[in-house]
Design a protein around this ligand. Structure first.
Ligand SMILES: C[S@@+](CC[C@H](N)C(=O)[O-])C[C@H]1O[C@@H](n2cnc3c(N)ncnc32)[C@H](O)[C@@H]1O
Length: 217
């Protein structure tokens, strides 16, 4: 469930992500993540917020298409506006309202529902959202189910540093531990690595850590 008052104004959230250099530092970090993907990469950004994760990869993989979802429809509008601002073709983006507890179920803006098929994404990015699921463990398993064989799940998760914990509390974000998250991913058959952000990734380094899982081919 969406609890925090801080998400009520997407414009304020978007402004802070950009003006404090947070979005740029995330972009810098994502550039450093090597991904063995080519061709028409199918990307899902679940709980997209202002869209920064999915839009980074849409820009990086020219043949890619992106599905961006969020519980809050205004964030979907912000994502599309940010795509246009980045000079990206918005026709490459499908948006839908979705609760991360059931990430395959989408409500489309024009009305009607859509069910994402198992194995239909080469890259799934999530950031600071699985902790909002009614069960983080089942949300993570569900995301792995949506990954194609050989696909990558990149979770730019809230870190367990004092700053990460402080911000999580402020945003009513209650997640499982990173070690349990890695265990759930391994139990789902993925190989997993955790990458800490470095000083060049400040300010994002204060609050985020990357958990990167690869589904076997
Ligand atoms: C901290 S922001 C993260 C945005 C982006 N993923 C990032 O990495 O910066 C959390 C986002 O999760 C969304 N959210 C909150 N509860 C949700 C839920 N139950 N299902 C899907 N999205 C949710 C909020 O609307 C917000 O856009």
């Amino acid at each position: 469930m969406l609890k925090s008052r801080l998400y009520r104004s997407t414009n304020v959230y978007n402004f802070f992500m950009k003006s404090l250099g947070y979005e740029r530092s995330i972009d810098r970090f994502l550039r450093s993540v090597e991904l063995d993907l080519s061709g028409p990469v199918r990307i899902l950004d679940a709980g997209c917020g202002t869209g920064m994760l999915g839009l980074h990869f849409l820009e990086r993989f020219p043949g890619a298409v992106l599905t961006s979802t969020d519980l809050e429809p205004r964030f979907l509008k912000t994502t599309v506006a940010n795509a246009a601002q980045r000079g990206l073709d918005v026709q490459r983006i499908t948006v839908g309202v979705s609760d991360i507890s059931h990430p395959s179920r989408l409500q489309l803006p024009a009305g009607g529902a859509m069910e994402l098929a198992a194995g239909s994404f080469d890259l799934i990015c999530v950031g600071a959202v699985v902790g909002y699921a009614s069960s983080t463990e089942s949300a993570v398993r569900e995301l792995v189910r949506l990954l194609a064989p050989g696909g990558t799940l990149l979770n730019l998760e809230m870190s367990e540093s004092p700053t990460g914990k402080f911000v999580s509390r402020r945003y009513s974000y209650s997640n499982i531990t990173l070690s349990l998250m890695q265990q759930v991913l391994r139990e789902s058959g993925c190989t997993v690595r955790m990458t800490r952000l470095s000083l060049v990734h400040l300010p994002a380094k204060f609050t985020r850590v990357a958990v990167i899982a690869r589904k076997p081919t």
